[in-house]
Design a protein around this ligand. Sequence first.
Ligand SMILES: [Zn+2]
Length: 280
Amino acid sequence: MISVSKNRKPRILDSDNCLERIRLNVIREEFEGTYYKHRDVLQALEGIYHGKCGYCESIIRPVATPQVDHFRPKSKVKEALNHPGYYWLGHEWSNLILACPACNNAKSSHFPINGSRAVMPPLLPDGNLDTNRCLPDCSPLRDEEPELIHPEVEDTTNHFRFSPNGSIEGITRRGAATIETCKLNRRSFDLFRKRIIDDDLALANLLYVSYIEGLIVQEQLSSLLKLWLNKIVNKCKPQVEYSLFQCYALKHFDKFYINQLPTESQRSEMQKVYEAVFGA
Ligand SMILES: [Zn+2]
């Protein structure tokens, strides 16, 4: 999960038809409608989330169809069975997150909180929703103290850590709750993430073996390892799959890379290259 900033609210969500739908939902105190998953909404979300699931960071297409998840569930809340769900937020732009089918399914209508459960705020005198009170970083939604991390509201890097074997765990209680709720610790993710590191190490090892066998000279080895390192830096870009993991691995370069190299001379060479690129 990486932080994203949302902009470009699709016009369909401000269309007369959608606003009328919201008005009826508010009166009936239940959610109906499909504007939230209109193709314009989906397209905008795919741009903002770089085509990746807002929770697990998998690139969704072409292996699955992206879905629009309601951060606050629109129809019911598993942790509060007497709550009608956040029906007034069903078409609220800040409540819509791009998700893969697996995360959307795992998260389902879960929405654990630590504070007090929000109900629909009083309507304005003209009968419309007070949209300022529908934003996740404003009261009353902020006062719920959600257990789940909202990728558009907070810095996700403070909540998760990884191991070279690809496993993820929460640094914070809320990070752990997000992992548990969305099942971000699925075994397949561990394997994917581990393979990223393994592939990088295999390439570094191949370069080193080429040097040992006299196919390249020392200067070439250093230059190629710098290119190799820059390739890893590029994988930290938000549009790359599992970029939070890639950034974490780069930040903990000793643990994820240097310490995993098989010989002391390789570790020493890699340390020199790292210092040449980033400074000691
Ligand atoms: Zn996902």
